[in-house]
Design a protein. Sequence first.
Length: 310
Amino acid sequence: MQNDVYDKDNATICPNCGNTDFINDYERAEVICKGCGLVLEENIIDQGPEWRAFDHEQRDKRTRVGAPTTYTIHDKGLTTMIDWKNKDSHGGAIPVNNVAQMYRLRKLQRKSRISGATERNLAFALTELDRNSSTLSLPRSVREDASTIYRDAVKNKLIRGRSIEGVVAASLYAACRRCKVPRTLDELAEVSRVTKKEIGRTYRFLARELNIKLPPTSPIDYVPRFASELGLSGEVQSRAIDIIEKAMEKELTSGKGPTGVAAAALYIASVLVGERKTQRDVADIAGVTEVTIRNRYKELTEQLEMGVTL
DNA sequence: AAGACGAAAGTGGTTGA
DNA sequence: TCAACAACTTTCGTCTT
């Protein structure tokens, strides 16, 4: 049917063979790796229409929907606009004595769209949200999620005493974690005008008040992004994930910063595969120091009995 | 000369009295 | 509110490739 890119949880590589191409087979409701045929996901939902159309005219006729509603626009994109043309529904001219009335209606409509402090607050916050997620190049799903979190925060009157920007950044941070595409607090602080400390505090506050329960971030979630920024192959990625999984079994990762663990695992993997990167490079991308990489790296190699292979 | 290694002192945040 | 504490950083000197 369609050959989309497999996007579940933002996974971009096959854990089995490291391939990056996937087929969405809607007939069987499976996602399959193009390289090795591994079934990566079952019971997927076909999001296409249930009807078929053979030409453009039919498609137009059978479509029953307009633009999707979105939480990233303050009125969910459900605005009605009054046409600026002075024509009625049949295309005929509107009587002159009604033209002034139409003008007043349009003005009213515009004003009512963004009315009241809450609406204006939302409109501002959501453009801010969009700007931030654009510079971080976050997927649409995360933006939607962040907007709903923000809306919840507003609904529960949690923004009082806090800056809009702070809450926006915190919502984004939470959404990123929930969607398993973690960004560090540093990265968030970089794009918004809020300090890392403030974002962290607001985030914890939101999480508590809104009952957002989030498992601690797994180092694995950082691997694909760091790897691609370092220009490392899929093989290195799967090796790194392998290492992290083993490390988690032995509880070597608890209490340690996930970025540090991810960085060390990637460093080790890059050496093992023969695409060596310097500690400096990996450290810069991951936002940790070489020393941290060394410490993690030492622990990992010792505890996982792989010192010999290095 | 660049990178890796490690010791020592410093920093910001959490925890428990 | 304060001190203890663990993780992480900064800095710097030494060793390895």
